[in-house]
Design a binder for this molecule. Structure first.
Ligand code: NAD
Length: 494
């Protein structure tokens, strides 16, 4: 019920956002915070009628006010959206923290600032990209001029996950709008709040009604699937699990709609004996445990050159034991809970599996005892294993939790082969002070992104995406234009 008190706070109503205004749905579903399991919001679930209204509004805006806006003005509006997010920074931060349970320090440094930065980067990118032009010979000697124009794709369906809600939603919405498209977004059912809040910011910034729409709900049989099946949606961009990508690709096949996919990973880190040891520990700590391990780019397999293997495992375990689990607002908190009780069951099933397969549990492996109300949250211990075979499901399947398996290796070739022995190909980290090796290994790793002596160091102008089962296409900088625009060639006979 609206206005219910739960977990000491007021339960908010989160509406859909359709044609520039909040919109009810066909039912309400509860959103619980993973910090203590209490209900913090009830969310309006969109049905087919809401989907139809949202897509129709997006279609109208495409042909109307948004489509007619000169490029410079469109980009100026998107800069205002970025400023609008910053002006309401604390509201975005509170909403994101409540939905995800992530530490305030993380959300205030990464999630919300990147939400704003995405709009600035893509607004500036589209204004500065040239298209090709060819002078073409003709038999009469007068020639012809061939030049390309970029045009919006149309109404884009945006489906986003819960791990970095505003960051990943705007990573798609910003280039889509900068390129002149309109969007209908389906944020994760776990993290509905910031998407609706962004609707208010869009309105305040002067984005015409219908350009940005949000429909809430679940995936199969709900708003997510309805969006992918909607025949008036021209293209679909999705970030989430590989299995979900497969379902969306099937739906997109009807009507031959384009897809852009950022999917799962089972990312390796390779630590050479010549690395800067402390930097490798610090970087691996972040790549394994940041956001409670719920980062698509996170490391779940660590290969360490044998001479430093024992020392590395010992130091990583000590650092992991030092991670303080706690509520988001506590400045000392190093790690929050998983996103939900359901996800905790999945992660704990891998913890159990590792034990049954005879892994050495170096640290963690269970559920921490949390005080008071926190006992009702989705907490798990940061966990490190050794001793499992490379073909164990623990080493092959994406767990998406705060855990990694560490294994020794003897040669560079062996490390590369084992790192590449996965169906995924999203990210990899390499730790070495040998420059030649850094280049050599990076070139041979099958991944969309290789970080050498760092992790999650992002430049938004660079291509971002995965190979193998980790994705289709690249987004970021000018690469986003490949998906969000159609190139049209014009041939002028002179
Ligand atoms: P998910 O695939 O379960 O859900 C993502 C979104 O898809 C949600 O909004 C969900 O409601 C919707 N959805 C689910 N089934 C659908 C269907 N049949 N049709 C249409 N929509 C559907 O993913 P998640 O659990 O929210 O996120 C975690 C996953 O996302 C992990 O696999 C992670 O690696 C991946 N991820 C990848 C990247 C990347 O850039 N490659 C970034 C972040 C997360």
């Amino acid at each position: 019920m609206p206005g219910n008190e739960s977990g000491g706070g007021k339960v908010k109503d989160i509406a859909n956002w359709i044609d520039g205004a909040p919109a009810p749905g066909i039912a309400w579903f509860d959103k619980r915070t993973p910090v203590d399991g209490s209900v913090v919001a009830r969310v309006a679930e969109a049905g087919q009628a809401e989907l139809d209204r949202a897509v129709a509004a997006a279609r109208r805006a495409l042909a109307g006010p948004w489509g007619r806006l000169p490029l410079a003005e469109r980009c100026a509006v998107l800069h205002k959206v970025a400023a609008g997010i910053e002006a309401r920074f604390d509201e975005f931060l509170a909403a994101e923290i409540q939905d995800t349970g992530k530490p305030r320090s993380l959300a205030s440094h990464i999630d919300i600032p990147r939400g704003a930065a995405n709009f600035r980067v893509f607004a500036d990118t589209v204004r500065n990209v040239a298209t090709e032009c060819f002078e073409t010979d003709t038999p009469d000697g007068r020639g012809a001029l061939n030049y390309a124009l970029r045009r919006p794709v149309g109404v884009v369906g945006v489906i986003s996950p819960w791990n970095l809600p505003l960051l990943l939603l705007t990573w798609k919405v910003a280039p889509a709008l900068a390129c002149g498209n309109t969007v209908v977004c389906k944020p994760s059912e776990e993290t509905p709040q910031t998407a609706t809040l962004l609707g208010e910011v869009m309105k305040e910034a002067g984005v015409p009604d219908g350009v940005y729409n949000v429909v809430h709900g679940y995936g199969p049989g709900s708003a997510g699937e309805m969006l992918t099946r909607h025949r008036d949606v021209d293209a679909i961009t999705f970030t989430g699990e590989t299995r979900t990508g497969t379902a969306i690709m099937k739906a997109a096949a009807e009507g031959v709609r384009a897809v852009s996919f950022e999917l799962g990973g089972k990312n390796p880190a390779i630590v050479f004996a010549d690395c800067d040891f402390d930097a490798a520990i610090e970087g691996t700590m972040r790549s394994v445990f940041a956001n409670c391990g719920q980062v698509c780019l996170g490391t779940e397999r660590v290969y360490v050159e044998r001479p430093i293997f024992e020392r590395f495992v010992g130091a990583l375990a000590r650092a992991a034991r030092g991670l303080k689990l706690g509520p988001p607002e506590d400045a000392a908190t190093g790690m929050g809970p998983l996103i939900s009780e359901e996800h905790r069951r999945k992660v704990l099933a891998y913890y159990e599996r590792a034990r049954l397969e005879g892994a050495t549990v170096v640290t963690g492996g269970g559920v921490p005892s949390m005080p008071g109300a926190l006992a009702g949250g989705a907490w798990v211990e940061p966990t490190i294993w050794t001793g499992l075979a490379d073909d164990s499901p623990v080493n092959r399947e994406e767990i998406f939790g705060p855990c990694c398996h560490v294994a020794p290796f003897d040669t560079e070739d062996e490390a590369i082969a084992r790192a590449n022995d996965t169906e995924y190909g999203l990210a990899a980290a390499v730790w070495t002070t040998n420059l030649s090796r850094a280049h050599r290994v990076s070139a041979r790793l099958e991944a969309g992104i290789v970080w050498v002596n760092s992790w999650f160091l992002r430049d938004l102008r660079t291509p971002f995406g995965g190979s193998k089962h980790s994705g289709i296409g690249r987004e970021g900088g000018v690469h986003s234009l490949e998906f969000y625009t159609e190139l049209k060639n014009v041939c002028i006979k002179l």
